[in-house]
Design a protein around this ligand. Structure first.
Ligand code: DDH
Length: 310
């Protein structure tokens, strides 16, 4: 060993699995702390609530990590090859200050201790790996993932307006998703991520979760879209819709556009009935999303499938 030059560190699949495990461990710690299932507040769970009260505990860090991976990747423009997950330019203003990215500092900060522990991973690989991890840890499909992203500097920040605006309709959804290179089927599958998490008034102005189990990856978003009746909510916030049965859930105008538009609705109906089809097609589309514009040296068959925690 003495005097032998040490080559550059080349991480293996095992090294990336260690990053996955660390993200999963931090997420689990945070959930135990946050969801009220431990400690004195657990008493409230013995009283059967008539209707579920949603709190910030329904939006753990998992969901915001999914959203970070999506917003890091969803800036891609296939015509110019700009944007996408390669670069992690959301570290910098102006991109970090784009309205659509409000609240995502929480996710970026959450991952900094992981970056400090594994300094060899790029931010752009870490953000996408963490998104894949969060999906798997919340009971979603496997998200095969591969490394190869590099961090770029502030000059690579994308212009504002590339991410979708929830106040709009089907035409806007197609403009945004076709620009990335997705078709109708893939776009609908991806938006099914709204089974997870919730909107926050201090981030987007919207408020509430899309379904009753926002910490479980499922096809509930689609089932509720077709089976519930959605009325416009009377409030001072942006136009959003609430379910007739409990008035606790939320849909944004872009969500309802998926059932108003015939071509989108065929996929909504299919996913509402067929959870396996949704899981499979979501996984394929999410893998594609995380890889948009990345100049990989590796092949698709070299992707890693990480082991989820117990
Ligand atoms: Fe979304 N999303 N999203 N979304 N999204 C919000 C929350 C979450 C739109 C707008 C919003 C996708 C598509 C769209 C997640 C994942 C994905 C919020 C609320 C808004 C607004 C933010 C807040 O207040 O905290 C619009 C518009 C679209 C669209 O495509 C038309 C896609 C494709 C994904 C994905 O992951 C593939 C997740 C997860 C959340 C919940 C975040 C949280 O903190 O909880």
């Amino acid at each position: 060993l003495n005097g032998e030059p040490k080559g550059p560190f080349v991480p293996t699949k095992d090294d990336y699995q260690k990053v996955y495990d660390e993200v999963a461990r931090l997420l689990a710690d945070e959930t135990d702390y946050d969801d009220g299932s431990y400690g004195p507040v657990s008493v409230q769970f013995h009283q059967k609530p008539m209707r579920k009260e949603f709190t910030d505990a329904d939006s753990s860090q998992h969901q915001v990590l999914v959203r970070l991976a999506w917003h890091a990747s969803g800036t891609y423009d296939k015509e110019t090859g700009t944007g996408g997950s390669n670069g992690a330019t959301m570290r910098f203003a102006p991109e970090s200050d784009h309205g659509a990215n409000a609240g995502l500092k929480i996710a970026r900060d959450f991952l900094e201790p992981v970056k400090a522990k594994f300094p060899w991973i790029t931010h752009s690989d870490l953000w996408t790996l963490a998104g894949a991890c969060a999906i798997q840890e919340l009971g979603g499909p496997q998200i095969p993932w591969r490394p190869g992203r590099e961090d770029k500097d502030v000059a690579a920040c994308t212009p504002d307006g590339r991410l979708p605006d929830a106040t709009q309709g089907h035409r806007h959804i197609r403009d945004v998703f076709y620009r990335m290179g997705f078709d109708d089927r893939e776009s609908v599958a991806l938006i099914g991520a709204h089974a997870l998490g919730r909107a926050h008034t201090d981030r987007s102005g919207f408020e509430g979760p899309w379904d009753f189990s926002p910490t479980v990856f499922s096809n509930e978003f689609f089932r509720l879209l077709v089976e519930e009746k959605w009325n416009q909510r009377k409030w001072n916030g942006p136009a959003q819709f609430t379910d007739k049965s409990t008035s606790t859930l939320m849909m944004m105008p872009t969500d309802l556009a998926l059932v108003k538009d015939k071509a989108f609705k065929t996929h909504v109906d299919r996913y509402a009935k067929d959870s396996d089809a949704f899981f499979k097609e979501f996984s394929e589309s999410f893998v594609k999303l995380l890889e948009l514009g990345v100049p990989f040296q590796s092949k698709p068959e070299d992707r890693y499938v990480f082991k989820a925690s117990e």
